[in-house]
Design a protein around this ligand. Structure first.
Ligand code: HEM
Ligand SMILES: *[C@@H]1O[C@H](CO)[C@@H](O)[C@H](O)[C@H]1NC(C)=O
Ligand SMILES: *[C@@H]1O[C@H](CO)[C@@H](O)[C@H](O)[C@H]1NC(C)=O
Ligand SMILES: *[C@@H]1O[C@H](CO)[C@@H](O)[C@H](O)[C@H]1NC(C)=O
Ligand SMILES: CC(=O)N[C@H]1CO[C@H](CO)[C@@H](O)[C@@H]1O
Length: 523
């Protein structure tokens, strides 16, 4: 009898527990006590089966249930999702010294060596960031501006030749920004039909678009393996291309040591020879600025060869990865931002006309605006800020990792916790923006018509890991956008239904394909 009662009791308990589990649905796995509560999901897979192709949206939805700061298990690993600008700033800025690591994720298994984007926030990373800026600084604003102007001139001519017929703008956008970055890095540009250009674009696409899939691909389904292989293949293709350019530059420089410094690789190999002088006049960061006396470096190669053959001690073996950062970081992102800006103009003709009027009034029809003049064009500037907000080009930033125990919102996150800054949630937060789904440049203007930038705006992320290409990207986008609007009126192609701002998900978010007509303006 007692045995029967006990059995009955156990069965009832099991049913109760099971129904609790079911009613709580996806909260099957309990969150560890030091992480904020959130959906754990099922064993092994965690929450992955519930994620759509747009995890930033799923995370936005979960925010309504679990608040700004919650945990989610993806595969075996717990991730803490940061939603809204308050929590993102708290982690990445206020506690930036503890929250700026990178997880040891798929990229580290593929990259042979280090690139800025996957490095831990140590002295190497700081040095690589300084090195990066030094390269651009030494290339110089004049050269950078000249390259951008030339490529935008070609784009304008190509659009003119279409004479208002329906076109897929991405063909023009991709070629233009690929040529700009190839001119920066290698002094090389391509014609639209060049197979090398298409190969490069394909490899960069594969590499970038699969990165986002990496963290949500289901193990055991062959899917994870495929994603890994695709990233690997894209990476190898680009690296091979970069290495060929490096060899080319080396041999050119051997033949002619006085060769002009026209691109970043020239600068690198030139810095090679002139390291003393260069250091002297302070164009490059000084060794002490780069923390060269850090103990790790002391034991490393760089410290044992203070005047190594390479500019400021950057190992030539690592050069391809650093160039990859510039190349991949600067390609898809600006393409995406430019495509969002064109889509917005086609969808909002009134905004387009206001920008064209501002350009006519403040710049005139025959003058090409400079980036400095962006401040004389508040409406245009506001429209581009709105493009960055609604475009959400990198909606989940790049994953961060906690590098020392840190207390955020009452939870002591242990070292190693992965953080996902949901930039999308900050940009689409109804508590920060009125009708966030609407495209409206005036949200960036105050009552005097001056540009104001709310705290919740962070397309390039915030804190120590902030995007390295921010200024370059803003300059390129401003110049490309104004060049197009000064010369053309943008119309939808044949009343074709225009996509909304949903976009194709991926590491970078781009609009769904659309066609437009660029009608040349008469002066
Ligand atoms: C519209 C254009 C761009 C957007 C929206 C954008 C956005 C971002 C974001 C959100 C991050 C992640 C920061 C974090 O982890 O917290 C990032 C990192 C980075 N971006 Fe960009 N980016 C753009 C253009 C560029 C360009 C043009 C370059 C290079 C030429 C570039 C190079 C990098 C690099 C190297 C990192 C890694 C920094 C680090 O880990 O320390 N980006 N970017
Ligand atoms: C995190 O930020 C708080 C508030 O600024 C500060 O008191 C604390 O020391 C920080 N913790 C770490 C590990 O940086
Ligand atoms: C590195 O050098 C700077 C200035 O030369 C010095 O202030 C600092 O204490 C040094 N750091 C280490 C770890 O030796
Ligand atoms: C196009 O823009 C250029 C400046 O980039 C200007 O000189 C030219 O007159 C413009 N053409 C038209 C048709 O507006
Ligand atoms: C915008 C948004 O989803 N805000 C949510 C933040 O978290 C609270 C609960 O803590 C929700 O009530 C809000 O809706």
């Amino acid at each position: 009898m007692e045995f029967l009662v006990l059995t009955l009791f156990l069965v009832v308990m099991a049913v109760v527990l099971l129904s609790i589990a079911v009613s709580r649905g996806i909260r099957g796995c309990r969150t560890p006590p030091n992480l904020p509560p959130g959906p754990g999901g099922i064993p092994v897979l965690g929450y992955i089966p519930w994620l759509s192709a747009t995890p930033y949206r799923d995370f936005q939805e979960l925010r309504k249930l679990y608040g700004d700061f919650y945990s989610v298990r993806l595969g075996r690993r717990w991730h803490v999702v940061l939603n809204g600008s308050r929590v993102i700033r708290k982690a990445l800025v206020e506690n930036g010294s503890a929250c700026s690591g990178r997880p040891n994720w798929i990229l580290n298994r593929i990259l042979k060596g280090k690139a800025v984007a996957n490095e831990q926030p140590d002295s190497h990373w700081r040095m690589h960031r300084s090195f990066w800026y030094a390269l651009f600084r030494q290339l110089g604003h004049d050269r950078i501006d000249k390259i951008i102007k030339q490529e935008l001139g070609s784009m304008k001519d190509a659009l003119n030749r279409e004479n208002g017929s329906p076109i897929d703008p991405s063909d023009f956008v991709k070629l233009t920004f690929c040529n700009i970055i190839c001119m920066f890095c290698f002094g090389k540009r391509y014609a639209a039909e060049d197979p090398e250009f298409h190969r490069l674009q394909h490899n960069a696409d594969t590499y970038m678009q699969n990165l986002a899939k990496a963290s949500r691909s289901l193990p055991f389904c062959g899917q994870a393996k495929k994603v890994f292989q695709d990233i690997s293949a894209g990476y190898k293709g680009i690296i091979k291309f970069i290495k060929e350019r490096i060899e080319e530059h080396k041999s050119l420089r051997l033949r002619d040591r006085t060769r002009a410094c026209d691109d970043l690789l020239d600068v690198y190999f030139n810095g090679n020879e002139a390291i003393d002088e260069v250091d002297h006049i302070g164009i490059l960061p000084r060794m002490q600025d780069l923390n060269m006396n850090d103990s790790k470096l002391m034991n490393g190669k760089i410290a044992s060869e203070p005047r190594s053959k390479n500019m400021n001690g950057i190992d030539e073996a690592n050069l391809p990865n650093i160039v990859l950062d510039i190349f991949v970081g600067g390609l898809e992102t600006i393409n995406a931002a430019m495509m969002w800006s064109l889509l917005a103009m086609v969808k909002y003709p009134d905004v387009q006309q206001k920008i064209q009027k501002e350009l006519r009034d403040k710049i005139g029809p025959h003058q090409i605006p400079t980036f400095q003049q962006i401040n004389e064009l508040p409406y245009t500037k506001a429209a581009l800020l709105e493009v960055y907000r609604i475009g959400n080009v990198i909606p989940l930033a790049i994953p961060h990792r906690v590098t020392q125990p840190v207390v955020i919102d009452g939870y002591e996150l242990p070292t190693g916790t992965r953080l996902l800054p949901n930039i999308y949630s900050a940009h689409m937060d109804p508590e920060e923006w009125i009708n966030p789904e609407e495209f409206d440049p005036t949200r960036f203007l105050d009552e005097k018509g001056q540009v104001k930038i709310p705290q919740a705006f962070m397309p390039f992320s915030v804190g120590k890991r902030v995007c390295m290409g921010e200024n370059l990207a803003r300059k390129e986008l401003f110049l490309a956008f104004t060049t197009v609007l000064q010369n053309f009126s943008l119309l939808p192609a044949d009343d074709e239904k225009m996509p909304n701002f949903d976009g194709i998900p991926g590491t970078t978010r781009i609009p769904l394909p659309f066609k437009l007509r660029a009608i040349p303006l008469k002066t």
